[in-house]
Design a protein around this ligand. Structure first.
Ligand SMILES: Nc1ncnc2c1ncn2[C@@H]1O[C@H](COP(=O)(O)OP(=O)(O)OP(=O)(O)O)[C@@H](O)[C@H]1O
Length: 899
């Protein structure tokens, strides 16, 4: 039995408390703050050391061993062997630059995600100096006494001192059946995990309330030993990253194949082996989109950071893109649609309906306030009851209440009620349909009891419906004298006398209605899944604007009776559904049914029992303020403000990030055509037309002038109409046919025509005819250098036009404003300065084979950006026009109807 002692080098938690206190040098009152601090330095923080994270040298090394870098290295070696050392050096520079860039971006993305972990501190309630205080979970030390309640994540291994719990041990043993734990269990030999007096770090407390003394923390805990947690939070590549990786490879393969095909053509055309090889290599280097992947990772990380500022903490990079394709939001009501600030609005006493200030409500208010566990903070429903009792001059002080409490049957979301035994009275409060069956009498306002007559029942039903119709939450309150202490919950909750109903307002959050409208605009359906009464929830939903296309109310029991096919057809019909009195199982079923029909589901939840649904949803959304640790851990996204509107904002951000990734893909792809066409002309003319663009000029464009504008496109603001489009189908890739058509067919072709025209114009102007030599020493050599410079400058000019065109996918440039992306303007200024340096600075002229352009050249270049942009503007305009009248309109309507 001393196996754990030996292995951990610490204490065996299965000893009786008195012995544990001695071994751990502590007591039932826990540790003092100073002693705890001292132990923290001895035992170390209560954390699982991560699986050795990659250190930065390893991360940097990885940049050089990744396949694209290796491909470039092969190119460099070939260039060297082919007798083009300058090119070899240039390629090496490209490799170094790229690696540095990717490395920096990866680090930054990683930091963004790590910073989020800090936003989500796990907290524990520990006794320090005899009082319960909230401490960061990492500060727990052996000897601490902690309090555990429903919804808490257990943060350390320990032994129960008092109380009872049920635990979800699935993180440790994979079993989802809740395990009962009690302080009074006797020692029984057997596996540690089955010891009924022990609790374990990483598990979740499903029900109950207990205190435990901490025996093991950090890596000494069971979960630390299994090191299961180190698997968590592992982030694989997102679907977007996978797609882009695949696309990168395809493009690289095409570039290599094209390069290989051009090599013999170049030689046959009289370019000579050395020049042909170097050109081939240049073509490959230029067209392999090395920087794409890290840039996308960075864009996602930027999205994550932005969301965090907006109140939505996303735990995985990939969630950002999933958010963008959300088609259904399942939200709960209290606290998410509403403010979760309750106030008692009306009271119903048998035979009378009164205002909150009416003294006749005193006994009801007092009983309701006694049946609470909230103190200064806690359940807003209970805080409202405590406040109301105080207003009526029958105050209940939490400290007095707790002192007089003899038993507590905590609020159970399934039973929808809670009960307490205070002094010699039982108090029960909860949903009417849950409490009424336990009642045998009512208490009349005069104080005397009467039977539950049909009239009273009718009055109750009428009052409940009236309150619900105006969106009030209704609680029934009952009590009875208790001579002895009831043996269990069932014997406490019977023979009750109904005191009356308390109706509370919980106002709608002001920003919710606009957010619901925005969701509808964006083609997203909103269903409400709530524990509350149907008509109440329906009224709140109506106020929020939910129910477009018709609203249906489905209660928990109706849902239980539905077959899967019924549920599918309910969800397939147009309109929105309010699922009332729902159970966690119901939530999971709804989630599964929606996902089975291909919907992308964002689902909110805050309770322990919501965890399965949160895990199952595409985007599980937990509440940062009111939610439980368990829900937060299961969720993909945590809302720091618990606000429905934040979900919609997150969808918006998700769509924007995806869009912006497409923008720079478009921009980067567009230059391929004007870079390849000049080479084709040279090859197809059999060398009669001299090569219009040198390799180093291509590199100067792809790795110099274009970098900053491309990055700036990733920071573009949301395009108008972004949230009035239907959700993107999750199967549609980031690179689709329309994008390629635009990049190559429109922007690329127009650019190529302009660039080639500029080249020929410049040559002819100097008196060149096909076949006339332009090599070093020839009469036309200077004119030829000027002409290639013209090609280079032409591509740069066209890419400026492309950058402005790429800013929107559908909208016109006018609608977003020419100057609204400052970063892009700065990027273009850099582009122009870089190009000017290459063209006009003599040392660079020598490297890049350029010659200074004359004013007349510049005049010819001036319209290039405008023409390229205008061609794309026309393309987008046609797209918009055909969408509003043509194919897209009905398609969209059909899609909306299907949804
Ligand atoms: N503290 C409480 N004590 C007793 N009964 C409660 C308490 N809180 C809620 N109830 C009852 O249980 C019902 C269900 O509550 P639950 O917390 O599951 O859902 P909700 O807060 O109404 O809505 P949502 O699921 O949207 O958050 C409530 O309608 C109410 O009748």
């Amino acid at each position: 039995m001393t196996d754990t002692l030996a292995e951990n080098g610490t204490v065996d938690g299965r000893r009786p408390p008195a012995q544990l206190f001695r071994d751990l040098r502590t007591s039932a009152d826990g540790l003092g703050a100073r002693e705890a601090a001292r132990r923290l330095t001895v035992y170390g923080p209560n954390e699982l050391t991560r699986r050795a994270a990659r250190t930065w040298p390893a991360q940097l090394r990885a940049q050089f061993t990744q396949p694209l870098a290796v491909l470039l290295m092969v190119a460099a070696v070939l260039a060297w062997l082919g007798g083009a050392p300058e090119l070899a050096w240039a390629v090496v520079a490209v490799i170094l630059l790229n690696a540095g860039f990717a490395f920096a971006q990866e680090r930054q993305a990683e930091r963004a995600v790590e910073a989020l972990a800090a936003y989500l501190p796990a907290a524990a309630r520990a006794l320090r100096d005899g009082v319960v205080v909230e401490v960061p979970a990492r500060d727990l030390v052996p000897g601490d006494v902690i309090e555990l309640a429903e919804g808490d994540r257990v943060c350390a291994d320990g032994r129960l001192l008092d109380g009872e719990l049920t635990l979800d041990l699935s993180a440790l043993n994979g079993e989802s059946v809740p395990a009962a734990r009690t302080a009074d269990a006797d020692f029984a030999p057997g596996p540690l995990l089955e010891a009924r007096e022990l609790v374990f770090s990483g598990t979740a407390c499903l029900t109950g309330l207990a205190r435990a003394v901490v025996t093991h923390t950090g890596m000494h805990s069971e979960i630390g030993r299994i090191a299961a947690l180190s698997q968590r939070g592992h982030t694989g590549p997102s679907p977007l990253e996978r797609q882009v990786r695949r696309a990168t490879w395809i493009i690289a393969a095409v570039a290599v194949a094209a390069g290989a095909a051009f090599l013999p053509i170049g030689v046959v055309s009289g370019l000579g082996w050395a020049a042909a090889i170097s050109f081939t290599i240049g073509l490959i280097v230029a067209n392999v989109p090395e920087g794409l992947l890290p840039t996308i990772t960075l864009a996602l990380a930027g999205g994550v950071r932005e969301l965090a500022r907006d109140g939505a903490l996303v735990k995985r990079l990939s969630a950002v893109e999933t958010l963008g394709s959300t088609t259904v939001i399942c939200t709960d009501k209290t606290g998410t649609l509403t403010e979760n600030r309750m106030r008692v609005a009306r009271l119903w006493l048998p035979g009378a309906e009164v205002d909150p200030a009416d003294p006749r409500a005193g006994p009801l208010a007092y009983a309701a306030a006694l049946c609470t566990t909230a103190a200064d903070a806690g359940d807003p429903t209970e805080l409202a009851l405590l406040r109301h009792a105080a207003d009526l001059r029958v105050p209940v002080r939490p400290a007095d209440r707790d002192r007089g409490r003899r038993a507590l049957y905590a609020f159970d979301a399934r039973l929808m009620r809670m009960s307490t035994v205070d002094g010699d009275e039982v108090h029960t409060k909860g949903a009417l349909e849950s409490v009424l069956p336990l009642c045998t009498r009512v208490r009349l306002p005069g104080g005397e009891a009467a039977g539950l007559s049909p009239e009273v029942r009718a009055g109750l039903a009428a009052a409940t419906d009236r309150y619900a119709a105006s969106g009030l939450r209704v609680l029934a309150v009952a009590s009875r004298p208790a001579a002895g202490l009831p043996a269990d919950r069932a014997s406490a909750e019977r023979d009750l006398t109904l005191l009356g109903l308390v109706a509370m307002v919980d106002p709608l959050r002001p920003e919710v209605a606009a957010a619901v409208t925005a969701a509808h605009e964006a083609g997203i359906r909103v269903h409400v899944i709530t524990g509350d009464y149907g008509p109440t929830a329906a009224e709140i939903a109506r106020q929020a604007g939910i129910g477009r296309g018709g609203m249906r109310i489905v209660t928990g029991s109706e849902l239980d009776r539905m077959t899967e096919a019924d549920l599918d057809s309910l969800l397939a019909r147009p309109g929105e559904v309010v699922f009332a009195r729902s159970s966690p199982e119901g939530k999971l079923r709804i989630c599964e049914a929606l996902r089975a029909t291909g919907q992308i589901v964002a689902m909110t939840g805050d309770g322990v029992n919501d965890a399965p649904a949160l895990r199952h949803a595409d985007i599980g959304v937990a509440m940062g303020r009111s939610g439980t640790d368990v829900a937060r851990e299961a969720a993909t996204m945590v809302l720091t403000d618990d606000n429905f509107a934040t979900i919609v904002r997150a969808v918006d951000a998700g769509r924007r990030v995806f869009d912006n990734v497409r923008k720079f893909v478009l921009y980067i792809f567009a230059h391929a055509v004007p870079e390849v066409v000049p080479f084709l002309i040279f090859a197809l003319s059999g060398g009669a037309v001299p090569l219009p663009l040198t390799v180093l000029q291509i590199l100067a464009i792809d790795l110099g002038t274009e970098t900053l504008p491309a990055l700036a496109l990733g920071r573009e603001r949301a395009e108008p109409g972004l949230m009035s489009r239907p959700p993107r189908s999750p199967s549609s890739g980031v690179i689709d046919r329309r994008l390629l058509l635009r990049a190559w067919g429109v922007l690329g072709v127009v650019s190529a025509v302009l660039v080639v025209a500029g080249y020929f114009w410049s040559l002819w102007r100097a008196g060149w005819q096909p076949g006339v030599p332009v090599g070093t020493g020839s009469a036309l050599h200077e004119a030829y250098r000027q002409a290639t410079t013209m090609t280079f400058a032409g591509i740069v000019a066209c890419q400026i036009g492309t950058a402005f065109a790429a800013r929107t996918e559908h909208a016109s440039l006018r609608s977003i404003g020419l100057l609204s992306n400052r970063l892009l303007l700065a990027g273009i200024a850099f582009e122009v300065a870089f190009a000017a340096a290459v063209i006009y600075l003599p040392p660079l002229q020598a490297v890049f084979g350029t010659a200074a352009l004359e004013p007349v050249h510049l005049l010819v270049l001036l319209p290039f950006p405008v023409v390229v942009w205008a061609a794309d503007e026309l393309f987008r305009w046609r797209g918009r026009a055909s969408r509003s009248v043509g194919t897209f309109g009905p398609a969209r309507a059909a899609a909306a109807a299907k949804r």
